[in-house]
Write a new protein. Structure first.
Length: 352
């Protein structure tokens, strides 16, 4: 009897070990392929015709293309409009499509709205889990903006789009003329602390994969992050989830959660200190738009206001993904920042 029990336990242990090995595989490089060419002032880029389910969310006037920042590493970019560049950076686990509603609220004869998707998400390249570092994402996005030859831009960022986008601005001096900042963070950790209970759970190997990949999808949980859960209907969740889950490498969401620093010794902390120092030097028009019903970052508004003490704040009832709930508030903040820039240019001309 004891022998049978031991054999049974052995089988269970082996089965669990195999299961753990399978679900924690890091994934491999998946490089998307486009078709045709998109001609921009900066040169020609590989076009990417959107699948029907994605094209249904944007107009035919949108350009969709890849910027290859390293061999095999392609960033999918959507853009629409002409005029002052507005660089709009999303975070985890969405894509550049997160800004489609904001784009519709802005005059396309005044702004060139540029919406890149982070590596690992959307239609961009997928990479092994260990390549998801803040340093890599900052470098990749900096390279994409450099290839687009943008000399000035209003930056808009939320979630990981905060550090990644602001990090790219820090490494491209003079590029950022103004900014609109949403639920994100620029402060480097000085003590051990998890951003949320979900982040604490996900950072544990196997447990994180089971929570986000085996017993459910992170994309199915997006409504719970919203002030209005109805702002994340099934088709929108599929817009973000399908390109990741169908790619053959769906490691980005859990990897990006693990990329959130939980203390000063975390691998992301070095870049966060760089970003925090850069934000402290800003002397450009900045506005904050915040979702107070964000279960992860809603209470972090005072920290952001301390980072940007001169920035006007618009508090909303939105949750984490404000772009789905209050696109008009975000667009109006962009317009106000642009107006300040225009007024500043007029004053300079008058002084001359």
């Amino acid at each position: 009897m004891i022998k049978k029990i031991l054999i049974g336990l052995g089988v269970i242990i082996i089965a669990f070990a195999v299961f753990a090995f399978v679900i924690t595989r890091p994934g491999s490089l998946v490089t998307p392929e486009g078709g045709g060419v998109i001609a921009l002032e900066a040169g020609e880029f590989e076009a990417f015709p959107l699948p029907e389910y994605a094209q249904a969310f944007v107009g035919d006037d949108y350009k969709s293309y890849f910027v290859e920042v390293e061999p095999g590493i392609k960033i999918h970019v959507m853009e629409v409009g002409e005029g002052m560049p507005v660089y709009m950076q999303h975070g985890n686990p969405t894509s550049g499509f997160l800004y489609r509603k904001v784009a519709e609220e802005l005059p396309k004869d005044q702004f060139r709205l540029i919406m890149p998707t982070m590596v690992g998400l959307g239609f961009s390249s997928k990479v092994p889990e260990d390549q998801h570092t803040l340093e890599n994402h900052m470098r990749w996005m900096t390279a994409a903006l450099a290839q687009l030859q943008i000399s000035e831009a209003i930056y808009v960022g939320q979630d990981w789009g905060g550090p990644v986008g602001m990090g790219a601005m820090a490494r491209t001096p003079g590029l950022m003329r103004g900014a609109v900042v949403m639920n994100t963070g620029f402060t480097a950790p000085t003590e051990k602390r998890d951003l949320s209970s979900a982040h604490a759970m996900v950072k544990t190997p196997v447990v994180g994969e089971m929570a986000l990949e085996v017993f459910g999808s992170i994309f199915d949980r997006l409504p719970g992050a919203q002030g209005d859960p109805e702002s994340m209907p099934e088709d929108v969740r599929a817009l973000y989830g399908r390109p990741v889950e169908e790619s053959g490498n769906a490691k980005a969401p859990v990897a990006l959660m693990r990329m959130v620093p939980d203390g000063p010794d975390h691998p992301s902390a070095t870049q966060m200190r760089e970003i925090e120092a850069y934000v402290a030097t800003l002397d450009v028009p900045v506005e904050i738009v915040w979702g107070v019903n964000d279960p992860i970052l809603g209470s972090a508004l005072p920290t952001m206001q301390a980072n940007l003490p001169n920035a006007p704040t618009t508090e909303t009832e939105a949750g984490h993904f404000l772009q789905e709930e209050v696109p008009g508030e975000i667009a109006r903040a962009v317009l106000r920042v642009a107006s300040q820039l225009e007024a500043g240019e007029l004053e300079t001309e008058e002084e001359l």
